[in-house]
Design a protein around this ligand. Structure first.
Ligand SMILES: C[S@@+](CC[C@H](N)C(=O)[O-])C[C@H]1O[C@@H](n2cnc3c(N)ncnc32)[C@H](O)[C@@H]1O
Length: 157
């Protein structure tokens, strides 16, 4: 199984880039993982919120491959502790043969088409984070999950 984090738009702030790159490097040791970036939409000022979500949704759909297992990162999704998330990932390694794809929505979230396409929704907190911030929190939690599964002294209950 390979894990992909699908996001919209480049990470703009350098401090996020550095931190995300650090966890991405650490993850190389444990599991095939990449971050796939869908370019930001242009001229969004002329679009309504619904139109922007729909257009982003079309680009997301183009990036999905047959056999992908799709998990939306969404404030209204299922909530796990870090230990539970580690066992979730472990179970997925047995059931997902191709890509386990986590998707972060754009500034206004996901279109209905994307909700319909998804297998699951996962929340990192009931609070809302910026789509840039979620990338960092997700890679850190994935790294934490890997250290838990490998009995390494990073996570403390
Ligand atoms: C700024 S948020 C958009 C939130 C907004 N409530 C909406 O859905 O219209 C951008 C994206 O970040 C992700 N996100 C933000 N907070 C999150 C959380 N607590 N857990 C999981 N994903 C989150 C989601 O993918 C969301 O679509």
């Amino acid at each position: 199984m390979k894990i992909t984090l699908l996001v919209i738009g480049k990470t703009d702030a350098g401090y996020f880039v550095d931190a995300i790159t650090e966890y991405q490097k650490r993850l190389e040791h444990y599991i095939p993982f990449d971050i796939q970036i869908i370019p930001d939409l242009k001229n969004t000022k002329s679009l309504t919120v619904e139109q922007q979500k729909e257009k982003e949704g079309e680009l997301i759909l183009k990036s999905i491959q047959p056999g992908d297992y799709i998990v939306l990162l969404d404030e209204k999704g299922k909530e796990y502790t870090s230990a539970q998330f580690a066992s979730y990932i472990e179970k997925k390694t047995h059931t997902v043969s191709k890509r386990l794809v986590f998707i972060i929505g754009g500034p206004y979230g996901f279109s209905q088409d994307i909700y319909n396409k998804a297998n699951e929704k996962l929340t990192l907190s009931r609070m809302t984070f910026s789509h840039q911030m979620v990338r960092l929190i997700f890679v850190e939690q994935l790294y934490r999950a890997m250290t838990i599964l490998n009995n390494e002294p990073y996570h403390h209950e």
